[in-house]
Design a protein around this ligand. Structure first.
Ligand SMILES: Cc1cc2nc3c(=O)[nH]c(=O)nc-3n(C[C@H](O)[C@H](O)[C@H](O)COP(=O)(O)OP(=O)(O)OC[C@H]3O[C@@H](n4cnc5c(N)ncnc54)[C@H](O)[C@@H]3O)c2cc1C
Ligand SMILES: NC(=O)c1ccc[n+]([C@@H]2O[C@H](COP(=O)([O-])OP(=O)(O)OC[C@H]3O[C@@H](n4cnc5c(N)ncnc54)[C@H](OP(=O)(O)O)[C@@H]3O)[C@@H](O)[C@H]2O)c1
Length: 446
């Protein structure tokens, strides 16, 4: 019997498990599946952990999410085609939920059946090699301190790429008297109440970590961008300045001459695609981009078609794109989709990569990833979902952010699956301090 390993039980790994479950329900015979996750439960980054550094077994903590994290895009854009928000919550809910609500939704789809039995938790994959016919996977059961090896026909890598921080060094860091941390280790903005904070970076983490610090009472927040500013209309107490030059004592000195006393520096400088468990010839090497090269249809490893990667792209689209990838990977494994010859694969990859390299602005990037996802969608039986509406939502969301970065999370969007419209949340994001599922779903008593 064909054996498939899925490495990682985050959203991508769960999409893969779900894709096989769906064909099994239709009476088809599916391969034997073993999923590995180094955490003690499923949900990937959405399974919040207070831990930073190493876990209780000495293994690096993959989690990068923090308290008070709310969806940074409309939930309608990531909705599963085969499991709507309305179905899960029994009613329409607002468009920008906090982490715990999305975690609940992700798990709702997979926990009804017996998928959990297929996952080995607390189990780190430590090595994957290919002998020309099969993959040998070495893994470590951390709880029982037991190492094992097993052979597989196919491997799906779904280990995420926002877990291993990229940490640059600036002059003066060694003698800075305050706290220096990466956003990977950021857990609670309360820590920075009444403090002057410097945030480095100009992408989603910089934007949101800076906003969180401001929302939870930091005295000042100064964002240092390196190439392009985010350029939002920041509220009083926040500003964006050009590139950190150095730290001198507790002063951050920027290249535009700006000087800011600071208690903490938070490096929102992104993450590395890091696969220490894969042999060199199987390893994807890329930065955070919309079309990493060497992946046919963004999924199949060009040099070995039995190896698949899910979710390795920079992401506007998330959960439903992961689903389209997983359904595609499943159909390749089950022989329903034939991978073309080397020259056609090369042409297809080059076409997408060269299109990506010409993109100039977020609207074009949204169009690019929507086209990619739509193409994948057309290749499998992933259920109907309105990607044109999602494209429109993403562009509207971008405009809302430019209009007012403090209020974009108060807007409503319609579902590409059921058509229902997300009601307004009972409390504007700026003053909603409690991020629990209970507080989000219940109307507060007057
Ligand atoms: C701070 C932050 C906020 C985000 N917010 C949003 C948001 O609001 N909306 C949105 O759509 N997306 C958001 N994202 C993007 C996020 O990447 C995706 O939503 C999603 O979590 C990606 O799923 P994944 O399965 O690829 O990876 P992950 O969620 O990272 O899951 C990977 C899993 O693989 C496991 N694993 C890793 N290595 C091994 C190994 N060697 N052996 C065994 N198991 C292993 C990990 O334990 C983990 O459970 C956010 C990302 C970050 C970092
Ligand atoms: N739900 C939420 O609110 C939320 C919050 C945080 C993160 N996220 C998600 O997390 C994922 C990762 O986002 P991310 O922002 O961490 O990573 P990212 O999008 O890859 O961005 C990395 C940033 O680091 C900057 N950078 C790199 N090296 C630098 C240096 N030496 N000095 C200064 N800046 C440097 C880059 O700037 P250049 O452009 O100059 O290279 C870029 O702005 C995204 O999917 C995002 O949606 C979501």
């Amino acid at each position: 019997m064909t054996k498939v390993a899925i490495i990682g039980a985050g959203p991508c790994g769960l999409s893969a498990l779900r894709s096989f479950e769906q064909v099994e329900k239709k009476g088809e015979k599916i391969p034997e599946i073993v999923c590995f996750d180094k955490q003690e439960n499923w949900g990937g980054l959405w399974n919040y952990s207070w831990r930073t550094g190493s876990d209780q077994y000495g293994d690096p903590v993959p989690n990068s999410m923090y308290r008070y994290l709310w969806s940074n895009g409309p939930k309608e854009c990531l909705e599963f085609a085969d499991y709507s928000f309305d179905e899960h919550f029994g009613k329409p809910i607002p468009s920008f939920p906090p982490r715990e609500v999305l975690y609940d939704y992700i798990l709702g789809r997979v926990k009804r059946g017996n998928l959990k039995d297929k996952v080995k938790f607390n189990t780190s994959v430590t090595n994957v090699s290919y002998d020309g016919k099969k993959f040998e996977i070495s893994y470590h059961d951390k709880k029982n301190n037991k190492s094992s090896k097993e052979m597989f026909d196919y491997v799906i890598v779904s280990t995420g790429h926002f877990s291993v921080p990229f940490i640059p060094e600036y002059p003066g860091m060694k003698s800075f008297p305050g706290r220096i941390m990466h956003s990977h280790d950021f857990r609670d903005a309360e820590e920075f109440r009444d403090k002057n904070v410097v945030v480095l970076g100009s992408s989603y983490s910089a934007e949101d970590v800076a906003l969180q610090c401001h929302k939870y009472g930091a005295k000042s927040v100064t964002i240092g961008y390196r190439h392009n500013p985010m350029g939002f209309k920041w509220p009083d107490g926040m500003k964006e300045v050009f590139h950190l030059d150095k730290l001198e004592g507790n002063k951050a000195i920027f290249k535009d001459g700006h000087v800011q006393e600071t208690d903490a520096v938070i490096l929102c400088t992104g993450y590395l695609h890091h696969f220490p468990f894969l042999n060199e010839n199987l390893k994807l090497k890329t930065g955070n981009r919309l079309y990493p090269p060497k992946l046919y249809k963004g999924v199949v490893w060009q040099n070995n078609h039995k190896l698949m990667y899910l979710g390795m792209q920079d992401q506007f689209h998330t959960f439903n794109m992961f689903d389209c990838q997983a359904w595609f990977a499943r159909d390749v494994i089950m022989g329903k989709i034939k991978v073309p010859n080397d020259s056609d694969i090369d042409k297809d990859i080059n076409k997408w990569v060269s299109m990506e390299e010409k993109l100039e602005n977020p609207e074009q990037m949204i169009d690019f990833q929507t086209e990619y996802t739509k193409e994948l969608h057309s290749l499998s039986d992933y259920p109907k979902i309105d990607f044109e509406l999602i494209r429109k939502h993403f562009k509207e969301w971008e405009h809302h952010k430019v209009e007012n970065i403090m209020t974009y999370r108060n807007k409503s969007f319609s579902s590409p699956v059921t058509g229902s419209i997300g009601p307004l949340h009972h409390t504007p994001w700026e003053t909603a301090m409690d991020d629990s599922l209970k507080a989000f779903l219940e109307q507060p008593k007057k």
